[in-house]
Design a protein around this ligand. Structure first.
Ligand code: SAM
Length: 213
């Protein structure tokens, strides 16, 4: 009850107030129990307007950035989505509330196993996980209707763009290790297009097509 109220306040004051309007995104943010995706010691801060540490020097993103990136993906219920950077699993759960199936990849083993357990507990049967470097995408399951990268890349990995279906959308932070721009790439019958959605700050995307380990 306490967390439900905090979640409702989060959606009203941080998400709706800043202009997120996609009803599916708002419904998902109202539903997913964000406090279960952080350690017990941080539960009371789970609905605050900031990112939080999740261990292994990684973070769960600020609620607003999760909503902004999810809205930018313009998801439909039949979409298949790839996420690079499972982290706590919160963003994947939000995607799984909206889309048909979510494929998510995490390169840090303890985060991978923790998220996997949580998806089982919360019965997110439409989330498929993989452990390893996600910068090369998931060729066996491509093409995807949407791809989201939740870590900062030095450049747009071409291999991910190549895994976009016709009409597909890719959203990712691109920049140096301190600040990035949130970039949306989409493919239509006229080719590829790119839009800058504004500044953001993420931990590094580390891997073959990201920052070198
Ligand atoms: N989406 C996450 C959530 O909802 O909690 C937040 C992700 S956190 C900001 C970034 C995550 O990307 C970290 O867990 C990090 O280990 C992961 N990551 C970084 N480079 C990666 C790569 N090449 N492949 C897969 N995961 C990666």
């Amino acid at each position: 009850m306490r967390f439900e109220r905090q979640r409702e306040d989060m959606v009203r004051q941080q998400i709706e107030a800043r202009g997120i309007t996609d009803p599916a995104v708002l419904a998902a943010m109202r539903k997913v129990p964000r406090h279960l995706f952080v350690s017990e010691a941080l539960r009371d801060q789970a609905y605050g307007d900031y990112p939080l540490p999740i261990g292994e020097q990684q973070t769960i993103s600020q609620p607003y950035i999760v909503a902004e990136m999810t809205q930018a993906l313009a998801l439909s219920p039949e979409d298949r989505v790839l996420e690079i950077g499972t982290g706590s699993g919160y963003q994947a759960a939000v995607l799984a509330e909206i889309a048909f199936r979510v494929y998510t990849i995490e390169r840090i083993y303890p985060l991978y196993t923790r998220a996997r357990k949580l998806f089982d507990q919360l019965r997110y049967h439409n989330i498929v996980m993989r452990y390893g470097d996600g910068t090369a995408g998931w060729a066996e399951e491509a093409p995807f209707d949407a791809i989201i990268v939740t870590a900062g890349a030095p450049r747009i990995p071409r291999v991910l763009v190549d895994q976009l279906a016709m009409g597909g959308r890719l959203v990712l932070p691109v920049g140096d290790q301190y600040t990035q721009d949130l970039i949306k790439v989409y493919r239509d019958e006229n080719g590829l297009h790119q839009v800058n959605l504004g500044g953001c700050r993420f931990v590094k995307l580390v891997g073959e097509h990201g920052w070198k380990p």
